[in-house]
Design a protein. Sequence first.
Length: 274
Amino acid sequence: MKAGNIEQFKHLSQFRDLKDLNNNMEAFLAEHKKDFTKSELICFKALLRFSVKVVGVSNISISKLLQAISERFGEVSESTFHRMKRKAIKLGILTVYTTHRKNGSQSSNVWVFNRFLNSQTIDTPISDTKQEKVAKNQENIVEQLTPQKTNNLLETNNLSNKRNENVSDNKYLVDKLDGSFTSSRVPVEFRDLVKCFYDDHKTIEELWKVIHIQTYYLSYYSLDDRISLAIDSFKQMVRNIKRGRKIRNIFGYFWGIVEKKLDEEYKSIICEVA
């Protein structure tokens, strides 16, 4: 195969779009993540990051890929990359084509990710469900966070109805739990930042849910990536509010900030591999 611009390898792509690629890679890693070491996974996900201009195809050189990894995660050896490559090929998720220059010397390989999901089926029922949940979440998120109203009759009960009052109080307390009661699914770093401004467990959990939904299909995103995205986005939201921005719905506004940051990241990746 002759070496050339990445555009000439478009015919090797097996995916409709970036979302289709991410769905397949997420499904693959759900089953085979255990087959790779931590360093090998870093190599796998880094190669995936450089396979977006032509979806699922890259011709980045190993040296450039390892340099990009070292700048972000620390040094990873070339032998680690080759171990990842052999495993990925054996598992059927990666095909490697050698290319040659006009003078016959070998050039960079072409890395082609293969489908893991059947292209004749709807890739994942989960993806459709998630899309519905996103829309529903956008519409109902305020209602979900609105504390339930206490019963006025219970508030006027006398001491003879103390037991009923206790039940009402307990219900009220559940709705008013502070940030220390946030679900363990929310990273501590994000929880501790948000509770300085919104010390309510539901608010913190719903803000993190925005991150979870927005990055659901980004299989190359690590937990640290999600935390960094969440913290940067929240800081930007707080900064804008402090500067006088009027916001009716912090969750919808936060969603917009996160979405814009992901769009900017996508454009930067495109530029990197151009």
